[in-house]
Ligand binder design. Structure first.
Ligand code: PMV
Length: 372
């Protein structure tokens, strides 16, 4: 598919005056990381992620036809019931990017009411769940407009669930790249990879090959090391890959790691899984440390946790590992069978390194998105 396939082929009649939709959408954690993009949110390398089950954003989108059409986007944003004007520039940029794909955007005034299942400014990226929840609400409006307007069975057949999900992922990507991996579960690939059929730079697809039972209900406990706001926005971070001395090697490495993961998912080789996932996390941070300007997002407690995980793994032989996002928090990944022992270890040894002893137990989800 190409970008033009997401431009509606018919004019909406806009017979709907007002309404509202609510969607809940999950966060995701990348195993092979997306870091570096071209124009129009096209990733420099493919990435693959676990969709999460518990960390979610719930968004209600209310819409009302403007009395007098204007050339401006009109919307208000609320987080947990409080007006959040500092979210507006990001949403304005999102609306500009998606306007040609959703031509009704300037016809309505929108009220966006959003809340997260995880604490705000916990350092957990809410852009993936937030942008995907908003994209899903917008898709519901488009579907309503089409259904109320066009009766042709050909159009209805075209506008099926598969197209809905693809376009929702396509739009989410234009809000925040990684958000395109939050529309479905449980393992999502985004970006063209030579060994993955139908992989696309435009939207995420469900990982299409065999996945060993070892990865069923894989657990992710998120240790909140630093709840402060991110010091570097991911947009700035991605741009630093443009003149980065190791960029090409990094993009190649990500492609190779996905090829290796295909075999790992098939055979259930947890040792190789751990090696790839931890190397990806450290490479992401190595890219930040070696860009200009350079920065370090890990905190002393991040390193303490990583070292404690390594010792515990050596002592017990359990398949526990870590991954990181663009921040100081640590995602502890482990198979469902090891849950009891790992949780004890987390409580006894790792929680002390978390801010206010705060951590969140999550797991891989089969796409927790929900139309409420
Ligand atoms: O979606 P963005 O633009 O905020 O980028 C997120 C990138 C990482 O979270 C660091 C890695 C990834 O693939 O999710």
């Amino acid at each position: 598919m190409v970008e033009q396939d997401f431009i509606p082929k018919y004019n909406y009649k806009l017979t709907i005056e007002s309404g509202k939709f609510t969607w809940q959408s999950p966060s995701n954690i990348a195993l092979v990381k997306y870091w570096g993009k071209k124009e129009h949110q096209i990733p420099e390398n493919p990435s693959i992620s676990f969709t999460l089950n518990t960390c979610k954003t719930t968004t209600t989108l209310k819409f009302e036809k403007k009395e007098v059409p204007t050339e401006l986007f009109s919307f208000d944003v609320f987080l947990d019931g409080k007006k959040q004007d500092d979210f507006k520039p990001k949403i304005e940029t999102f609306f500009k990017r998606i306007e040609s794909y959703l031509p009704f955007l300037k016809e309505y005034h929108f009220v966006i009411e959003t809340s997260n299942s995880f604490p705000h400014s916990s350092g957990i990226a809410s852009s993936a769940s937030g942008m995907s929840a908003l994209a899903l609400c917008l898709m519901s409006i488009e579907k309503l407009l089409i259904e109320s307007d066009v009766t042709s069975s050909a159009v209805e057949a075209f506008y099926n669930e598969e197209y809905f999900n693809k376009k929702a992922s396509f739009l989410s990507r234009l809000g925040s790249g990684s958000a395109c991996r939050s529309i479905e579960g449980d393992l999502i690939v985004w970006g063209i990879h030579k060994d993955i059929e139908r992989s696309s730079n435009l939207f995420g697809i469900k990982y299409p090959y065999q996945v060993h039972n070892n990865f069923k209900n894989y657990q992710d406990t998120i240790l909140l090391v630093d709840k402060g706001e991110k010091k570097v926005s991911s947009t700035v971070g991605h741009n630093l890959m443009h003149d980065h001395p190791f960029a090409q090697q990094r993009f190649e490495q990500a492609n190779n790691n996905i090829s290796k993961l295909i075999e790992v998912f098939k055979t259930g080789n947890l040792k190789s899984f751990i090696e790839i996932v931890e190397s990806e996390a450290l490479t992401l941070h190595a890219m930040m440390m070696t860009s200009l300007p350079y920065f370090i997002l890990m905190k002393p407690n991040t390193l303490k946790i990583i070292n404690a995980i390594w010792s515990f793994r050596n002592q017990t032989g359990l398949h526990i590992c870590f991954t990181l996002d663009a921040g100081a928090n640590v995602h502890v990944l482990y198979p469902e069978n090891d849950t009891e022992q790992v949780l004890k270890f987390i409580q006894n040894e790792l929680v002390a390194h978390c801010q206010n002893a705060h951590y969140i137990c999550d797991r891989i989800g089969f796409g927790a998105k929900q139309n409420l």
